[in-house]
Design a protein around this ligand. Structure first.
Ligand code: NDP
Ligand code: GDR
Length: 326
């Protein structure tokens, strides 16, 4: 039986990846913060349906000793390093924690693997935020990086560390340069989930307006379920490499608003308030993936399109309201 170790297992991607690996017969180990154990209902909500099938360890991305101990103990075939401070807006408010957790956390995971489990295969969660102020469109594996936030900078550094462990120490390390991916399990601070929950609340008379920042920015949005499959595929190849993963289709935040409100027969213009405080000091205006290399080498293709994604998120939040979850 293959063994996998996932950092950030309690997040959106960690939950979908766990389900995928369990369905493939893996023994799945995950790292969680100790505080999560004190409040499982809220902090481990994404894992609640299959938590009994996972082996969870408490660890902190800020502590090399805690990560190395678990890597040594579990001796995983595959390590998926997803844990990070992942909210770009927050990285302007707290650059220090973002850089510390994301850069050192990645370094500690790599160093722990090299020291105690050299034959593990390693996945690093890179991001389209590394392209930032895009220097060409669409973006592929050869596009130069121009990060626009401490978050983006931390991911470029993580990517370089991951590549260096491949070059210098012959480790099997891959970076997935993943574009935005969403789902009903998306965190509430991200724009798509903020919109889907607001639509459900407004439809039910629980909210009157929705405050947003820059609705002109454009993203390449896919479904998280499709993207965790790409992570797994990367570690099944004969040789390690880096891959761009996206749908190749672009929509603005305004398009998302349109689709989400239309789905419940409301007009977003009746509820939207633009809030200057929600704009970022340096915005990433436009992102669009060229995943042709991944389609060719991994045989990966997204299955869920933008319209289906929006409908699934809004329907899920309507159900959450009906079931009195929010
Ligand atoms: P989430 O924010 O949903 O999950 C992040 C995970 O990291 C959570 O499990 C969180 O734990 C954990 N974490 C955060 N800080 C710490 C810390 N200091 N110590 C230990 N664990 C910590 O992110 P996603 O699932 O959406 O993304 C997964 C990874 O992929 C992230 O690295 C993200 O940056 C990257 N990424 C995401 C994309 C997307 O569109 N979703 C696109 C490209 C890259 P807790 O639950 O306790 O907070
Ligand atoms: P992003 O996602 O920064 O692309 O990072 P987010 O959903 O936060 O923002 C997308 C765009 O929407 C604009 N926006 C708002 N965003 C938020 N969160 N809240 C608002 O009220 C709002 N109004 C407008 C933003 O300015 C931005 O242009 C996500 C994260 O998952 C990262 O971890 C990941 O690496 C990248 O995607 C790829």
């Amino acid at each position: 039986m293959k063994k996998a170790l996932i950092s950030g297992i309690s997040g959106q991607d960690g939950s979908y990846l766990s389900e995928l690996l369990l369905s493939k017969g893996y023994e799945v180990h995950g790292m969680i913060r100790r505080v999560a154990l004190e409040d499982e209902t809220h902090r481990l909500w994404r894992l609640r349906h299959f938590k009994k099938d996972l082996i969870l360890h408490s660890a902190s991305l800020e502590s090399f000793a805690s990560l190395a101990k678990i890597i040594n103990k579990t001796q995983p075939d595959e390590i998926y390093h997803l844990g990070a401070q992942s909210y770009v807006h927050n990285s302007f408010e707290d650059e220090f924690s973002t850089l510390n957790t994301n850069i050192n956390g990645t370094h500690y995971m790599l160093a722990g693997m090299k020291e105690f489990s050299k034959n593990s295969k390693f996945y690093f969660a890179g991001s389209s935020e590394m392209f930032g102020k895009t220097l060409e469109t669409p973006q592929n594996e050869n596009t130069k990086f121009y990060p626009r936030s401490a978050y983006g900078i931390s991911k470029v550094t993580g990517y370089e560390l991951t590549r260096n462990y491949r070059d210098a120490y012959n480790c099997f390390t891959c970076s997935g340069i993943l574009f935005n991916h969403e789902s009903p399990r998306r965190g509430f601070e991200f724009v798509t989930r903020k919109i889907s929950l607001a639509v459900a609340r407004i439809k039910n008379g629980l909210q009157k307006e929705l405050n947003l920042g820059n609705i002109k920015s454009k993203r390449d949005w896919g479904h998280a379920k499709d993207y965790v499959e790409a992570m797994w595929l990367m570690l099944q190849q004969d040789k390690p490499a880096d891959y761009v993963i996206g749908t190749g289709k672009q929509h603005s935040v305004e398009d998302f608003l349109h689709a989400a409100f239309d789905h419940v027969n409301l007009n977003f213009k009746d509820y939207l308030k633009i809030d200057k405080n929600l704009f970022r000091p340096a915005e990433v205006e436009t992102l669009l993936a060229d995943s042709s290399n991944s389609i060719k080498k991994l045989g990966w293709k997204p299955k869920i399109n933008f319209e289906e994604l929006v409908r699934e998120m809004v329907d899920s939040d309507l159900k959450n309201i009906k079931d009195k979850i929010y």
